[in-house]
Design a protein around this ligand. Structure first.
Ligand code: 13P
Ligand code: 13P
Ligand code: MG
Ligand code: MG
Length: 374
C-alpha cells in the first residue's frame, strides 16, 4: 500500500524566549488538525522539540500535497493566534509569508516527506532538532549509511552491502534546488568532501541501491535564504525508515552518541555539541545546547502506534553528561575562534553593520600610504 509520511514543523512562539511552546499553543495546533483531518489524513501526531512544533502526518496524497500542507499551515496560524494572545516570544516566527500559496516549502516551516510502499511491518524514526540546521544530520547519516565501523549491516546484510545512494543539496543556491547524487561505497570520498561543509552541502535523502526504496528524508530549508536576514535557525526534521533492507534502528541511533559539534546554539551563531534528548524537551543552557529528539514508530496501513522515545533510555544519560561537558568546554572560549561560526554564516546578522561602520576607519600605514597620498 502506498502511504505518504509528511512531517511539517515550525516555531510559532515560545515561553521565556526560545525555550518551548505553551500547552495552549499545542492544544490549538492539535484542535485544528483534529477538526480538519477527515478526508485528508489517516493519522497524525503532534510534538515539540525545543521551541519547534512538529506535525507528523500519514496520508495517501503523495509528497507536496497542497491540502496536507495547507492543513499544517493553517494549524500553525491557529497556534500563532494563541501565541499572540499569551504574549509568547517570537509568535509566528517561522511563518515568513502572509498567505499560504500551494506548498509550505519556501514559506518558513521545515518539511520532510516521503511516499513509500508500506512494508508488512514498517518501523521508522522521526528526528527533530532545535537550535541547529539540516547539516547537523550529515555526520550521523554518513556514519549510518556509509561506514561499516558504525553499521555492521553494511557487511552482514547482502542487500545493504549493495550500498546506498545519497542525494545532497547545495543549500546556498537560491535560484533552485541544486542537487547531486552520489553512491556509497564507490564515491565515498566525494560524499565526504561535500558533507564536511555542513552549512552548505546537506543530505536531502538516502536510498537503497538494492531495492531503490527511500530510507531517509531531511528538511533542507535555509530560513535566511527565504528572509534575507537572520530569522532563527533552520531547525531540521528527518524521517528514517529502518530494518530489513535499511540499517537497524540501533545503527541509525549510534552516531548520536558522539554529541558532535554542530552549528547553532545561542543566536544560531555558535558551534555547540548536539545533545540527544527525550521527546518534548525544551532548551536551556546558552539557548541550547542544540538538541535532537527521536520518536520511533511502527505503522500499519498508515495508522501509527504511540511514539517510543528513543533517547529516553538510560544509555543516553551518559551521552548527555558528555554533551554538557563539551558545551561548557567550548563556551570557555566565548566568541573566539571555533566557538563562533564563520563570517559567511553570520552575514545575516547585525555584525555586518558594525563591520561596515568600522571599514572606513581603517588606515593603511607606511610606504603604501605615502604612495597613496602622492
Ligand atoms: P531481529 O532479529 O530481532 O529483527 O533483530 C535484527 C537486528 O537488526 C538487530 O540489530
Ligand atoms: P530558534 O531558531 O530555535 O527560534 O532560536 C533562535 C535563537 O536565536 C536562539 O538564541
Ligand atoms: Mg524560536
Ligand atoms: Mg527552534
Amino acid at each position: 500500500m502506498k502511504i505518504t509520511l509528511s512531517v511539517i514543523k515550525a516555531d510559532i512562539g515560545s515561553i521565556g524566549g526560545h525555550i518551548a511552546p505553551s500547552q495552549p499553543l499545542l492544544a490549538a495546533v492539535r484542535a485544528h488538525i483534529e477538526a480538519n483531518a477527515q478526508g485528508r489524513l489517516i493519522d497524525h501526531r503532534i510534538s515539540f522539540t525545543g521551541d519547534d512544533v512538529a506535525i507528523l502526518m500519514t496520508h495517501r496524497r503523495g509528497v507536496g500535497d497542497e491540502s496536507v500542507h495547507k492543513l499544517a499551515w493553517d494549524a500553525f496560524v491557529a497556534g500563532t493566534e494563541v501565541a499572540k494572545r499569551q504574549g509568547l516570544y517570537g509568535a509566528g516566527q517561522d511563518l515568513l509569508k502572509d498567505a499560504f500559496s500551494g506548498n509550505v516549502k519556501g514559506m518558513g516551516p521545515a518539511v520532510a516527506e516521503m511516499e513509500i510502499d508500506e512494508r508488512p511491518n514498517e518501523p521508522f524514526l522521526f528526528f527533530a532538532a532545535d537550535k541547529t540546521d539540516p547539516g547537523a544530520f550529515n555526520l550521523p547519516l554518513y556514519l549510518t549509511f556509509a561506514d561499516p565501523m558504525t553499521t555492521p549491516g553494511l557487511i552482514l546484510s547482502p542487500k545493504m552491502a549493495k550500498g546506498f545512494r545519497f542525494v545532497i543539496m547545495d543549500v546556498n543556491e537560491t535560484s533552485g534546488d541544486r542537487v547531486i547524487e552520489l553512491v556509497a561505497p564507490e564515491q565515498l570520498y566525494d560524499i565526504a568532501a561535500l558533507l564536511r561543509d555542513a552549512e552548505r552541502y546537506v543530505v536531502e535523502s538516502v536510498w537503497s541501491r538494492a531495492t531503490g526504496e527511500q530510507s531517509v528524508a531531511v528538511a533542507t530549508s535555509r530560513l535566511h535564504n527565504i528572509a534575507g536576514k537572520y530569522t532563527g535557525k533552520d531547525d531540521p526534521v528527518m524521517l528514517v525508515r529502518t530494518q530489513m533492507n535499511f540499517p537497524a534502528t540501533g545503527e541509525v541511533l549510534a552516531p548520536y552518541a558522539t554529541a558532535h559539534y554542530v552549528a547553532g546554539g545561542m543566536r544560531g551563531s555558535h558551534n555547540m555539541p548536539l545533545m540527544p534528548v527525550g521527546l518534548n524537551t525544551g532548551t536551556s543552557y546558552f539557548d541550547g545546547p542544540p538538541l535532537v529528539s527521536c520518536a520511533a514508530y511502527a505503522m500499519h496501513e498508515g495508522r501509527l502506534t504511540d511514539p517510543l522515545d528513543a533517547f529516553a533510555h538510560p544509555f543516553w544519560d551518559a551521552v548527555r553528561t558528555r554533551a554538557a561537558d563539551k558545551a561548557m568546554e567550548m563556551r570557555r572560549q566565548g566568541f573566539f575562534g571555533a566557538a563562533m561560526l564563520a563570517m559567511s554564516e553570520l552575514e545575516y546578522t547585525g555584525i555586518m553593520e558594525k563591520l561596515a561602520e568600522l571599514g572606513p576607519r581603517f588606515r593603511i600605514r607606511g610606504e603604501a600610504a605615502e604612495r597613496k597620498a602622492a
